[in-house]
Design a protein around this ligand. Structure first.
Ligand code: PLP
Length: 379
């Protein structure tokens, strides 16, 4: 007897041989290349290792936590959320309470939980591209339809076109990334409000402001906009400004009801005791960490100025990275920079590349590389 569903066992099994969800067939996972080169300026990491005093404090706090690892962590992470609420209230221009803050393993998990609660099958989300590709990938992973919204030539959001797209598609979730990745472009409060109003006019929908790079911006945080707007969410992370990408700690601030809503979909005990202890230690050293942010901002401004002096086009940046171009063949320029020992990012934006602000020495290596390439090109 033959069985039609028997899989051919010659050769390795591929993803598409599995009984996988249809919409995942032929897709590839998120991934910036992690190449072993001297200067890595491709994933917007903070180049400064955590200061020794903080490393010691983490060891102390984790040691305490380790004594109780036989128990599940605080499911609601109350002490940590209180600390994060205090940090936002002090630095982001708007008072928030513990009940208004939620934390998870990176802002990616925060966004995934939001999409599990507010997106899902039969629902859609919109983002204005080019933007952070994880928004679309998390939409895919949660069965949420994705709509790619427009931007202007200069990478600011085209407000009229965006309002039109929202009115036409009536999305359930709207993503606004400020400063935007990979372009560095900040979004002004008026634009966020215009899109919020357009979205609410189309249907009651969640507006998620992804402020992963908020601390690097010249402009004030958009946090105050959550006041009186229960459908507005602000997300932040310790991955960039806090120099703790390896920690995996992201958080949101919103109306307390939004925090209640994500608790319907979060896994119980999602945030380990070790993570909570480490993040609490980081919050004790906020002033030192924000000092590094100031250094990175001035390095960012130096990269912008030097690239412009070399004749490159540079997109205005409020983040810890810079988008520069324009290139007929950005892939070839990416490769030429890599050949000189510096890894930058090709985000697939035609004509443009992105470089993360590193230490002064790393930035010099990058600037030397592009100077050389420019000279060869112009020769
Ligand atoms: C880096 C980045 C994040 C951070 O994700 P984590 O999961 O917190 O590391 C979120 N949003 C944007 C736009 C980013 O560039």
């Amino acid at each position: 007897m033959t069985n039609d569903s028997t899989t051919d066992t010659t050769g390795p099994v591929r993803i598409d041989d599995l009984p996988i969800r249809e919409e995942l067939r032929g897709q590839s996972p998120y991934g910036a290349p992690q190449l072993d080169v001297p200067v890595r300026l491709n994933t917007n990491e903070n180049p400064y290792p955590l200061p020794d005093a903080l490393v010691d404090r983490i060891a102390e706090r984790v040691r305490e936590a380790a004594r109780e690892l036989n128990r599940y962590p605080d499911r609601d992470a109350v002490e940590l959320r209180t600390g994060l609420a205090g940090y936002l209230s002090r630095t982001a221009g708007h008072e928030v309470t513990t009940a208004q803050v939620w934390a998870a393993n990176g802002s990616n998990e925060v966004i995934q939980q939001l999409m599990q609660a507010f997106g899902g099958p039969g629902r859609t989300a919109i983002g204005f591209e080019p933007s952070y590709s994880m928004h679309a990938l998390i939409a895919r992973g949660t069965g949420t339809g994705w709509i790619s919204g427009p931007r202007n030539e200069d990478f600011t959001i085209d407000v009229e076109a965006a309002k039109k797209a929202i009115a036409e598609h009536r999305p359930n979730v709207v993503f606004i990334t400020s400063p935007n990745n990979p372009t560095g472009t900040a979004v002004d409060a008026d634009t966020v409000l215009a899109l919020y109003d357009a979205a609410q006019a189309a249907r009651p929908s969640l507006v998620v402001v992804d402020e992963a790079y908020g601390e690097f911006s010249h402009r004030p945080s958009l946090l105050p906009l959550i006041g009186g707007r229960p459908h507005m969410v602000l997300s932040r992370t310790m991955s960039k400004a806090f120099g703790a990408a390896g920690l995996r700690l992201g958080y949101l601030a919103a109306d307390a009801a939004v925090v209640d809503a994500v608790q319907l979909v979060r896994l119980p005990y999602h945030l380990s005791s070790v993570t909570q202890a480490t993040a609490l230690a980081a919050l004790e050293h906020t002033d030192t960490l924000l000092g590094y942010v100031e250094r990175l901002k001035s390095e960012r401004d130096r990269i912008v100025a030097e690239l412009r002096a070399l004749g490159y086009e540079v997109t205005e940046s409020d983040a810890n990275f810079v988008q520069f171009g324009r290139f007929e063949d950005s892939r070839a320029v990416w490769r030429a920079i890599l050949d000189r020992g510096v890894l930058v990012r090709d985000n697939g934006v035609p004509g443009w590349l992105r470089v993360t602000a590193g230490t002064p020495a790393e930035n010099d290596a990058f600037l030397d590389a592009v100077r050389e390439i420019k000279k060869e090109h112009d020769a």
